[in-house]
Design a protein around this ligand. Structure first.
Ligand code: FUB
Ligand code: ZN
Length: 650
């Protein structure tokens, strides 16, 4: 059941967000879309019932919540947890729990949030400052991190502004869903302090870790207060600008102004949040130069730095992007937070430009390198998401399996907040157009041209490409429904030459409206259906879900002579447990036939790809071969795994 947002609050929000310049395309909010499918519905329920409570427990056990109590003087002690930015985990969990309340009313959870928020309020210093690591003992913060006792003494490394950004995102989510201002008040007080401290003629350094830019924009949207928008823009413009601070360098994307950047560099999460913030500023200022900059960087990522799973960040050292085409498999970093940042960025690119190529990257990341980060049971996590594993070498912060928490636990708390926000990625609208961007069984209620429009999707996506869509509109005049035709359904795995299918023959998609066949002529990745929609009009889109063999660009050296497997939006991998205990010497024929089979009781229901493979040490001796969705690997013990398999030629 939907949480009821009170009318007065909606009015406040409507007034606060009335703007002349903004994203040309508006996302349909997550509160308007109810997922009814088995794939995502299960993920959302697990996130609510398991991931959020278990992460809250971890915050309790590791002292992250006690830090607020100590900072508030409610109990004695020193800063408890490992990192100065640990407050942000609590904020992200509150953000996720708030989204979750919008879908599943839960008075107990709401009360827990109010209790936590009261602790945060009590920990906030008189002038709005809050960073428990320093607030607890300003004269002697723990020495395990750079920086000194003084506030803002290490803006490049200290994470004060990073914490603040997560707080603003959480406070706005909580306000939007519950209508309560208790958290929003704390955020505003903190943002006012930061706005009076940073800016032209004041402190001029941008944060070392981007995030506050996104948070400030959300705060601006919720309050209508322009100064938050100006501050977000200031931080973006200051990056790479040596006037006012000593540059931090490429690790923090602070080597050159954004307008002069054309390659994704440095820490991948920072980069993803930065580019998302730049997109927000591009939308809210209408200034082309911001769009051009992130477009160039996007091209660089998509053609040279994107894993087939949609992951970003090749290097463990610096949790960072590598050189062009540097995409190793076993040592790939692909932090779960970076996948989330990549989805956030691509959503914004789509809202700016209306091209489905951004959604192709978004979908690829979502179904593969993002949800691989959390177990099907919702209580264990990957921090890095590698593409090959020898069954022995620890890769997950010292572990060979997903684990319940990390010292630096940014990824679990990011999962807590991302999963329940997912319904907000399905639809968008613009003047006379409704965009259908993602497919899964769901019911959406849109306010469109002043009228109600209901959209019902019936499908077993991502296992089946048949999608039935019912449009229930009371809009009198004609309008356009744009259906995304995924790149994979047009023989193009990514919008670049980084990956391609070996067999390029096309299997056509089919489209009917009220059973009448329609021509499929996509523009910018969308099929446009313009008509006067009548109640109960029915679209049927059949996307060809065939098994695909993929090869990488020749400059991705590790994948030379190898191929990967896909079906629909899902990337596959081979695990030892399904392949006679070993995959390191397994090779596939480029033209080997693969067959799909759905297993209801395996890994919560997956389509498996079955075929034949050869052992490289025993040529011509074939054996059965099975591949499972990459996101579901490592659920049956730690064993060998590979996404890219050697190709044998007959
Ligand atoms: O620095 C805060 C977070 O911790 C980053 O986003 C993650 O990559 C991890 O380093
Ligand atoms: Zn992380």
């Amino acid at each position: 059941m939907k949480y009821l947002v009170c009318l007065s609050m909606l009015l406040i929000l409507a007034c606060a967000t009335e703007r002349s310049v903004d994203y040309p395309i508006e996302p349909v909010p997550f509160t308007s879309v109810t997922l009814t499918d088995s794939f995502w519905r299960h993920r959302l329920e697990t996130n609510r019932a398991v991931t959020i409570p278990s992460s809250l427990r971890k915050c309790q056990e590791t002292g992250r919540i006690a830090n607020f109590e100590i900072a508030a003087g409610q109990r004695e002690g020193e800063f408890q947890s490992p990192f100065p930015f640990d407050d942000s985990d609590v904020y992200k969990i509150i953000e996720g729990a708030s989204y979750s309340l919008a879908t599943f009313a839960d008075v107990e959870l709401e009360a827990i949030l109010d209790e936590l928020i009261a602790k945060i309020a009590a920990a906030q210093e008189e002038d709005g400052y809050i960073m428990t690591w320093r607030t607890i003992n300003p004269n002697k913060p723990p020495t395990t991190w750079s920086g000194t006792a003084e506030r803002w003494s290490d803006i490049g490394g200290g994470h004060e502004l990073y914490n603040a950004g997560h707080m603003y995102e959480a406070a706005v989510a909580h306000y939007q869903v519950t209508g309560k201002r208790n958290f929003l008040r704390i955020a505003i007080k903190n943002a006012d302090l930061i706005a009076s401290t940073f800016g032209p003629g004041k402190l001029m350094s941008p944060p070392g870790h981007e995030e506050i830019e996104i948070g400030l924009v959300k705060l601006y949207r919720a309050t209508g207060d322009e100064k938050y928008l100006q501050l977000a823009r200031f931080f973006i413009d200051q990056r790479g600008n040596a006037q006012g601070h000593e540059l931090y360098g490429p690790y923090s994307q602070d080597h050159a102004p954004i307008f002069d950047q054309d390659e994704a560099v440095g820490h991948a999460v920072r980069a993803g949040y930065f580019y998302s913030g730049v997109a927000d500023i591009a939308a809210l200022t209408g200034e082309r130069k911001y769009v051009d900059a992130i477009d160039r960087i996007w091209d660089n990522v998509v053609s040279k730095k994107l894993y087939i799973t949609g992951g970003i960040g090749a290097r463990r050292g610096g949790e960072a992007f590598g050189e062009n085409y540097e995409l190793p498999n076993a040592t790939s970093y692909n932090e779960t937070c970076a996948a989330i940042a990549n989805v956030m960025w691509n959503q914004r690119m789509f809202l700016l430009k209306g091209d489905a190529k951004y959604l192709d990257v978004l979908e690829r990341t979502l179904y593969n390198g993002l949800i691989s980060g959390v177990s099907l049971d919702g209580d264990t996590f990957f921090y890095p998401n590698c593409l090959a594993f020898d069954g022995k070498t620890p890769f997950n912060q010292g572990a060979t399996t997903r684990t319940a928490w990390f010292d630096c636990s940014c990824c679990p708390s990011n999962i807590c907040r991302f999963i329940p926000s997912l319904p907000g990625y399905f639809y968008a609208q613009q003047q006379d157009t409704i965009y259908i961007n993602l497919y899964a069984a769901n019911e959406a209620s849109l306010r469109f041209k002043g009228k109600d429009v209901k959209i019902i999707q019936e499908t077993n996506y991502p296992w089946d490409g048949k999608i039935g869509i019912t449009i229930d509109a009371s809009v009198a005049e004609p309008f356009a429904v744009k259906l995304r035709l995924p790149g994979w359904a047009m023989g193009r795995p990514v919008p670049s030459d980084l990956y391609s299918y070996i067999h390029t023959e096309k299997v056509a998609a089919l489209l009917t409206v009220n059973q009448e066949p329609q021509e499929i002529q996509p523009r910018n990745g969308f099929i446009t259906l313009t008509r006067k929609w009548l109640r109960g009009d029915r679209i049927q889109l059949d996307l060809p879900m065939v098994e695909r063999q993929v090869v990488a660009h020749a400059l991705v050296t590790e994948n030379v002579g190898r191929m990967a497997l896909e079906r629909g939006p899902i990337v596959y991998c081979a695990e030892a447990v399904d392949n006679a205990g070993q995959i390191s010497d397994l090779a596939l024929h480029a033209d080997s036939l693969l067959q799909s089979e759905y297993f209801e009781h395996l890994l919560r229901g997956v389509v498996v790809l079955n075929g034949r493979a050869e052992r490289t040490d025993a040529p011509n001796r074939e054996q059965d071969f099975h591949a499972i969705p990459y996101y579901a690997w490592n659920h049956r013990g730690a064993g060998e795994m590979a996404v890219w398999l050697p190709i044998v030629h007959r």
